[in-house]
Design a protein around this ligand. Structure first.
Ligand code: DC
Length: 227
């Protein structure tokens, strides 16, 4: 039977990951959070003081990076492991958030992660979220969604998420982080954040979380006629 790929791209903080997680659970698909992979590489670079301007340093460091996902039965979530260590909480902090876009600009990093993303997607029904899934990783995805939302709304949601994890960050700092990442992610040379011409745009600014999930679920059902 043909396997289905749902690509979910869009700006930072518009709820892609939370939406993708619920969609995957409802559809019994595998969920792959590609942002977590860029975050894990960034954490490794920070910890190992890798000079991201030095090609050789980056190449050597990438050989030492092994990223995997392990399903946690208790939390019901896929958690990110870097070289065998659970880094799920650490990769969500502001230190990684502030470095992840420059690291994601590096072509060597993208090449390694895109190869792994294609392998993870192969032969499975998947919901994959990121910035270049519908344009680069799976340009023939069965359904492409491009999510967006107002900057301020995104920042408020992200701030609330961080607060729930016990991290207090001023709203202005979250806004600056999201704005900077939007600029870098959209203007980088390799695989910039772009809406694929055949993507459905979903603006979530005025939608509740449940509404955005139901809306996308309907699009998936219409498009791929899942029983
Ligand atoms: O989805 P996220 O906010 O966790 O992603 C973190 C960063 O990773 C984002 O600012 C850009 C980068 N990224 C990317 O370049 N390509 C992807 N497919 C996913 C994320």
């Amino acid at each position: 039977m043909k396997k289905i790929v749902v690509a979910l791209d869009g700006n930072s903080g518009c709820g892609k990951s939370s939406t993708a997680k619920v969609l995957a659970r409802r559809l019994k698909f595998i969920y792959i959070d590609t942002g977590a992979m860029y975050r894990a590489v960034t954490l490794f670079f920070i910890k190992n003081k890798v000079d991201i301007k030095n090609d050789l340093d980056v190449e050597q460091a990438l050989k030492e990076v092994d990223i995997s996902f392990v399903y946690n039965i208790e939390s019901g979530k896929n958690e990110t492991f870097l070289n065998g260590k659970n880094v799920e909480a650490e990769i969500r902090g502001m230190e990684v958030s502030n470095m992840v876009s420059p690291v994601s600009e590096i072509s060597r990093v993208r090449k390694k992660l895109v190869e792994q993303q294609r392998r993870l997607g192969e032969g499975n029904n998947v919901v994959m979220d990121g910035r270049d899934i519908g344009t680069v990783v799976f340009p023939h995805a069965d359904l492409k969604i491009f999510m967006t939302a107002d900057l301020e709304v995104r920042a408020q949601r992200r701030q609330k998420e961080l607060k729930e994890q016990g991290v207090e960050v001023p709203l202005t700092e979250v806004i600056d982080n999201l704005r900077n990442r939007d600029v870098i992610d959209s203007s980088r040379k390799d695989s910039p954040l772009r809406q694929a011409p055949d993507a459905h745009v979903v603006d979530t600014s005025l939608l509740t979380f449940d509404q955005q999930v139901e809306h996308i679920l309907r699009l998936i059902e219409e498009k791929v006629c899942i029983e």
